[in-house]
Ligand binder design. Structure first.
Ligand code: ATP
Length: 307
């Protein structure tokens, strides 16, 4: 349906035999978003991703991915998504080419389109020079890249990655960030679970925090790459030094934080920094410092934990 979210999770409860892992989780993700799913160990991220990947059925609740119900049409969901589990297995006897080919075919790609898709996926995870190497002979990081290649080879609309950077060297981590950004620009909707916030910073546009099997904070919030810059302004008015917030508000500016004569304001839409500075000075403000600040994923995380 036009305008409906790419991922819809509604009231999902999941019970393991001994304990409830998810207690009614609801959220939605717009197409083209990169959602960082964060939260402490044991929060329920992996359980939720497995339900989203139509590998486990929620005890209660509904999940729709690309318009498909995970319980009514798990095969359709498998073809629409790529899923990288936190611990994955590879067929060690298959070469990189055969492993990618198998992954593409098992997710419904037709035989004619597969060879080109295999070459493309191998290039994207920088394994083109290892096509004839058996998976069992690859290093841990190269195995991780092959596993990621297998999740994208059929060009899914939605990608679910559980701790994708584990075991990658810094260069491969950077390549993974760039790959995620590129896939998102091409319109893929991506969910990445991790507790290493710095890793998610460069590419996430949204954040969802899971704690104790529940959505914490305000649900899906803007984060990292999707957050507009703020501006740290250190200033006063000669005539009314204590009145900074009101005077900035009178100029139509949104004050996010105020500490004495230091204000962090949201960068106004459509106005560049030099024009804004000229406007502040023109309004009689004594500007001592004027510095762009970025709201990091960690800021967003901490704001959700302790608003
Ligand atoms: P981590 O960040 O450590 O990977 P997580 O957020 O992915 O954690 P889950 O693996 O989803 O968390 O676990 C959620 C809860 O469910 C935990 O309390 C965990 O002990 C429990 N759990 C997970 N897998 C099973 C299982 N197979 N059987 C029983 N309980 C399980």
């Amino acid at each position: 349906m036009i305008g409906s979210p790419m991922i819809e999770v509604a009231g999902v409860v999941y019970d393991y035999p001994a304990a409830r892992a998810l207690h009614g989780v609801s959220f939605s993700v717009e197409a083209g978003s990169v959602l960082a799913m964060v939260g402490p160990n044991g929060a329920g991220k992996t359980t939720l991703l497995r339900c989203m990947a139509a590998l486990d059925s929620p005890t209660e609740g509904k999940i729709r991915i690309a318009g498909l119900d995970t319980q009514d049409d798990p095969r359709g969901v498998h073809e629409a998504i790529g899923y990288l589990p936190d611990f994955f297995g590879l067929y060690d006897d298959l070469t990189v080419r055969r492993a990618l080919t198998y992954a593409a075919r098992s997710r419904g790609m037709d035989a004619a389109a597969t060879p080109a898709a295999v070459e493309e996926a191998a290039a994207r995870v920088q394994l083109s020079d290892r096509m004839e190497t058996r998976a069992g002979e690859l290093s841990r990081g190269l195995r991780q890249r092959l596993a990621i290649g297998q999740t994208i080879v059929h060009r899914p609309r939605v990608l679910l990655l559980d701790e994708p950077a584990a075991g990658l060297d810094p260069e491969a981590r950077r390549a993974l960030s760039e790959l995620i950004l590129r896939l998102a620009r091409e319109g893929m909707t991506i969910v990445v679970s991790s507790h290493i916030l710095a890793e998610l910073e460069d590419y996430s546009t949204r954040m969802l925090m899971i704690r104790d099997g529940k959505v914490a904070g305000g649900g899906v919030v803007a984060a990292g790459a999707g957050t507009r810059d703020g501006l740290r302004v250190e200033a006063s008015f000669a005539d009314a030094p204590a009145d900074l917030a009101a005077r900035l508000a009178a100029l139509g500016l949104t004050v996010e934080r105020l500490d004495g004569e230091v204000a962090v304001i949201l960068a106004p839409e459509g106005e560049d920094d030099s024009a804004l500075l000229a406007r502040l000075v023109g309004a009689g403000l004594k500007v001592r410092a004027f510095q762009p600040v970025r709201r990091t994923l960690e800021d967003a995380y901490l704001a959700e934990v302790a608003p």
